[in-house]
Design a protein around this ligand. Structure first.
Ligand code: NAD
Length: 449
């Protein structure tokens, strides 16, 4: 902080009429979290360099082009590159020339469902090598979602080993979990519900208090392990809410009850809330499935039986397949039938198809011999990496409908509500069609309604 000789690079700058700490920051990984973190911090007035091993992403950022689809990001990169934000492949240079390093690399699932920490290990070893011989205190902030204990026993340990420095004395290790929603990521960056900061030494805490001083949301300061668990608890709770309403929705359908009205009714209870109570074809994305799985695995490895989380995942495994069952019944078998799949991204507003419900749906349709014509406004390029030539990609949503015997609505892109479905059989997995639009479709059925 100012007056702290070891933290000499800190200056103060007035941004948006607020006095904020201006720092030199490096961000490791320029994916969904890294790109938003880097651009957001640059907009706040910090000097940011982001690093990736993927040259394509580095070149894109330096040419003011987002490496991901996210609303508002093109304009923001246009504003901050190159004056406040640059991207590089030079890991060591970026870390050495910064005061704080954010780790934003992926933490995917290993084949057994546990967390794969290989990217964390290699990024941490890289940070350690870069810090070797660097004078002054350096703060390393874990933004990647990692199971409790990882930041200290894996990341800080790797950094210490490669740098010869001591955590808490020469460098600070913090965990600041990321809660952004893809599609609303910039809104969430600038107006978060809360900021959770996990630290184990006072100096790191003070530095991060300064960094986050311009945010007016509630801030919770805890220890590192607690911050790591808060992220898993948050995602697991939201996943539980979704699987709860999906199971209930499946049953409501058999009773002829509108599950959305039930959700409205219970959502008005302030203890419950209406969000994440939309019955549908299940959760996907780069976080919920892998994070619940990592927590289940961690619990099992410590001798705990995650009874509730096992059920949450089982409901979610079977939920997208209900779409295929309904399609099969309606079409009288799927062999040689053409199925239109509208929506490949795991939710609207993103091009992210990781663990999207569209994946098991398409896999099962193919197993059953169906032909598939798919469309997504943003997710087709990413989906093609998994299903290149095995399915046809339409140029428009209407083309996919026109070519199909049955249409499955898998992502709730608003534009899908105002298409001409004519007499096609439409199976809605995300409550895409509103009550008026449904009336125009002769053969409409919702997954849970
Ligand atoms: N995507 C989300 O909505 C979201 C939300 C909250 C938390 N998270 C968590 O944040 C982390 C990152 O997620 P993401 O979606 O941004 O992942 P991503 O796969 O989109 O991005 C990770 C990036 O890190 C880069 N990378 C990997 N190893 C590197 C290295 N050694 N040096 C430099 N770059 C390296 C990759 O090339 C990639 O560009 C994960 O732990 C995830 O669980 C994601």
């Amino acid at each position: 902080m100012p007056g702290d000789a070891q933290f000499s690079l800190v200056t103060y700058a007035a941004v948006s009429c607020k006095l904020v700490v201006r720092l030199k920051i490096s961000v490791i990984g320029t994916g969904y979290v890294g790109a938003i973190t880097a651009a957001g911090l640059a907009k706040l007035g910090h000097d940011v360099v982001c690093v990736d091993v993927d040259k394509r992403k580095v070149d894109l950022i330096n040419s003011k082009t987002p490496p991901i689809f996210e609303e508002g990001l093109p304009g923001l990169l246009g504003e901050v590159v190159p004056s406040k934000l640059a991207a590089t492949l030079d890991f060591a240079l970026a870390v050495r020339n910064s005061d704080i390093t954010f780790i934003c690399v992926g933490t995917p699932s290993a084949p057994d469902g546990s967390i794969d920490l290989s990217y964390i290990r290699s990024a941490s070893a890289g940070i350690g090598a870069a810090l070797k011989g660097k004078p002054g205190f350096h703060v390393v902030v874990m933004k990647s979602t990692v199971v409790p204990g990882t930041s200290e026993t894996v990341a800080a340990a790797e950094i210490g080993k490669a740098s010869g420095k001591k955590a808490g004395k020469d460098f600070g290790m913090a965990m600041v979990p990321e809660f952004l929603r893809e599609g609303k990521a910039l809104e969430d960056f600038f107006s978060p519900d809360r900021i959770v900061v996990g630290t184990s030494d006072e100096k790191t805490r003070k530095i991060l208090e300064g960094l986050f001083s311009s945010f007016s949301c509630p801030k919770l300061y805890v220890d590192v392990k607690t911050a790591e668990m808060i992220k898993y608890a948050s995602n697991s709770f939201l996943a539980t809410k979704i699987s709860f309403i999906n199971e209930l929705g499946n049953f409501c359908k058999t009773l002829g009850i509108d599950t959305y009205k039930v959700a409205d009714g219970i959502g008005l209870d302030s203890r419950i809330g209406r969000k994440f109570l939309n019955s549908g074809c299940g959760f996907g994305g780069s976080c919920f499935p892998k994070d619940v799985s990592a927590l289940q695995h961690l619990m099992k490895s410590k001798g705990f039986e995650p009874i509730l989380l096992d059920s949450v995942m089982e409901v979610n495994r079977t939920q997208p397949l209900r779409m295929v069952d309904i399609a099969e019944k309606r079409a009288g078998g799927l062999s040689e039938k053409t199925v239109g799949v509208l929506g490949l991204a795991f939710k609207p507003g993103t091009d992210d198809v990781r663990d999207s419900p569209a994946i098991p749906i398409v896999e099962t349709l193919l197993e059953k011999g169906a032909k598939i014509v798919a469309f997504d406004p943003e997710g087709m390029e990413n989906f093609k990496r998994k299903f290149a030539s095995r399915i046809e990609y339409a140029k428009t949503a209407q083309e996919a409908i026109d070519k199909s015997d049955v249409v499955l609505l898998v992502t709730d892109w608003p534009a899908f509500n105002s298409l001409n479905y004519g007499s096609k059989s439409v199976i809605d997995g995300k409550n895409v069609l509103d009550y008026e639009s449904r009336k125009k479709v002769k053969n409409y059925e919702g997954i849970c309604w």
